[in-house]
Design a protein around this ligand. Structure first.
Ligand SMILES: NC(=O)c1ccc[n+]([C@@H]2O[C@H](COP(=O)([O-])OP(=O)(O)OC[C@H]3O[C@@H](n4cnc5c(N)ncnc54)[C@H](OP(=O)(O)O)[C@@H]3O)[C@@H](O)[C@H]2O)c1
Length: 210
């Protein structure tokens, strides 16, 4: 499939490389323009190209939004109506600033992005794993103790698309439920940035006190 990336930093470039390895085409974008991605595209080979965020969003089978949350209003909304979107973002107030609704737990970062993207089929994914572990912890399906990653979203078909990619790049998947349940694997929860297999991850999600 064609996977668009809005953001090509630690997580975006790592997931793009793994996606190319799994046989997908990737279209990368950032805030500074396609020219600044030439070296990365060259390293990834012929299955990779660079574009603007709007171009990466339009016509992709899956779009990965992987930018600092503070920039979420820049994500092109019209192009993402109806699209399957994987949201890797986390809220780090020191980096992203204070955002109303997140401090008091009224909402979650993924619900905030979903509100900005009407019609997008948003799945919270890949936010719990450090990029270096994303690059190194993957194992073939069926490996004992295989690390599992959580997903949350309101659209079952969209979750299946994202879960398929997670499996292809080396991880089991645990469905945490609807998008609002993404609060169970935000920063500071037992599931965040810890190597857990599927059974352990289910327990960690259940233990989250939010
Ligand atoms: N690092 C991790 O291990 C990790 C793990 C899980 C989740 N996350 C989360 O995933 C997100 C990305 O993290 P990261 O570490 O990959 O970030 P990063 O290395 O700082 O890269 C951010 C990327 O987003 C692009 N970007 C910034 N503002 C943009 C905008 N307005 N429009 C389009 N692209 C924009 C940047 O492009 P320019 O350089 O051109 O601005 C850059 O390519 C964050 O929300 C982070 O909290 C990170």
């Amino acid at each position: 499939m064609r996977i668009g990336f809005i953001g090509a930093g630690n997580i975006g470039s790592t997931l793009a490389r793994l996606s190319v390895g799994a046989g997908h085409h990737v279209v990368l974008s950032n805030s500074r323009g396609p020219d600044t991605l030439a070296d990365l595209v060259a390293r990834l080979g012929p299955a990779a190209s660079a574009a603007t965020p709007a171009e990466a969003a339009a016509g992709s089978d899956l779009v990965v939004v992987t930018i600092p949350l503070g920039a979420y209003r820049d994500v092109p909304a019209a192009e993402l109506a109806g699209a399957v979107v994987a949201d890797t973002t986390n809220h780090y107030p020191d980096r992203d600033g204070r955002i109303a609704g997140l401090d008091d737990g009224t909402t979650t970062s993924s619900e905030l992005l979903a509100r900005h993207l009407p019609g997008a089929r948003l799945v919270k994914a890949f936010n719990t794993i450090w990029s270096e572990h994303l690059a190194t912890h993957g194992q073939p399906a069926g490996s004992p103790g295989r690390r599992a990653l959580p997903v949350a979203g309101d659209d079952a078909a969209a979750k299946a698309v994202v879960a398929g990619l997670i499996d292809e790049v080396g991880f089991d998947v645990v469905d945490a439920g609807p998008l609002t349940e993404g609060r169970r694997f935000e920063p500071g929860t037992p599931a965040y940035d810890v190597r857990l297999d599927a059974g352990q991850l289910r327990r960690a999600l259940a233990d989250a006190d939010r």
